[in-house]
Design a protein around this ligand. Structure first.
Ligand SMILES: Cc1ncc(COP(=O)(O)O)c(C=O)c1O
Length: 348
């Protein structure tokens, strides 16, 4: 079956590019002596997680408990949840998960650490904990090495200190390396062994070898790449595996055409760029605006006609994955298979 037969809007995943992206990153990690723990929030598909592990990844990263449960159900058995898990209900689910898989989880406060200590004590489960450190990303993470040491020393029983994790700002590798060096030296002075130093982010993936002390890296977007990664210099357009197929449904003016993909397909993420995606066959046409189910294409000339189809590289592939129940695996323009996005919407 050819992609021309598919109803639009739909998501196409170029399987040849997926395989090449997985291999390229794994080869790079192997060559530079760190492990890869890919973040599955990009694809949310168990068979892709298995492909990443079969290629050599040490395990996977999930952002949410719900994603981790889906992946555990599918047989993934070494999972990092890079998130503070808070509240009795979620801690109970965390303990159940720790009985099924080798589990690691993040913490950046005494509140979180106390919850982990309690659930480990009351259920008898064991799991590893990484202390999240803010090394310039400006999101979660303790702000000083001393805070990290306090949290590490407070963990007890089945909630075992295993190391530190950080999620740097895009382009923030140098600052992250500096901060990590300070943190690791403080742990050394305190005589506390740090087994795992987990860093991440596709924009700076190819600089991972310049971060001394980092033992693992958690790229997510690298499996699909997207327009933002091309802009960051981490990929070329030919590496982008996820595209959206859309149809022109209206052309009210010579300089305006409307496609059947709006925010519910492309999402409203701009990530600092102009336009809501890149049309592969029409690089000079701007996706200038979106409403829920309409995308506005603008150009002085060269706009496609009603009924014509376009393929779009989205600004941000990960959020598009969360919009669709199913994606189509393709090789070139041949449809190979339809895959359910099993962990889609599992944000709890
Ligand atoms: C904690 C954490 N690690 C790794 C990643 C992967 O980042 P990227 O998709 O840029 O590779 C993310 C992305 O949101 C993240 O939040």
């Amino acid at each position: 079956m050819n992609i021309d037969s598919l109803s639009t809007p739909c998501v196409l995943i170029d399987i040849d590019r997926v395989k090449a992206n997985i291999k390229r990153a794994q080869d790079y990690a192997d060559k530079n002596g760190f492990t890869l723990r890919p973040h599955i929030k990009t694809h949310k598909i168990p068979s892709f997680a298995h492909m990443q592990v079969e290629a050599g990844a040490c395990g996977i990263t999930c952002q949410k408990l719900g994603e981790a449960e889906v992946m555990a159900d599918a047989g993934l058995d070494d999972i990092l949840i890079s998130y503070n898990i808070i509240g009795f209900d979620k801690l109970t689910r965390l303990a159940a998960l720790a009985k099924r898989v080798r589990l690691t989880v993040a913490a950046d406060s005494l509140f979180t650490v106390n919850g982990y200590n309690q659930i480990a004590a009351t259920t008898g489960v064991t799991f590893d904990v990484l202390i999240e450190c803010d090394t310039g990303g400006g999101r979660c993470g303790v702000q000083t090495p001393d805070e990290a040491i306090t949290l590490a020393s407070t963990l007890k029983g089945g909630a075992r200190f295993a190391g530190v994790m950080t999620y740097p700002a895009a382009g923030g590798t140098e600052k992250m390396a500096e901060k990590l060096a300070e943190i690791l030296s403080s742990f050394e002075k305190a005589n506390i062994a740090v087994k795992t130093v987990s860093a991440g982010g596709t924009p700076d993936l190819w600089k991972a070898h310049t971060v001394p002390g980092a033992t693992e890296y958690r790229p997510g977007t690298y499996i699909y790449m997207d327009r933002s990664q091309v802009a960051a210099g981490a990929a070329t357009q030919d590496d982008c595996a996820l595209t959206i197929l859309a149809t022109v449904v209206s052309k009210p003016l010579s300089d305006r055409a409307i496609i059947d993909a709006g925010t519910k397909t492309l999402t409203s993420d701009l990530l600092g760029m102009k336009g809501f995606g890149h049309i592969t066959s029409l690089p000079d046409v701007l996706i200038s605006g979106l409403s829920e189910e309409h995308g506005i294409l603008s150009a002085k000339d060269g706009l496609p006609e009603i009924g014509e189809r376009v393929r779009i590289i989205p600004n941000h592939a990960c959020v598009v994955s969360n919009m669709f129940n199913m994606v189509y695996l393709v090789s070139g323009t041949t449809v190979i298979n339809a895959l359910p996005v099993v962990a889609r919407g599992r944000v709890v």
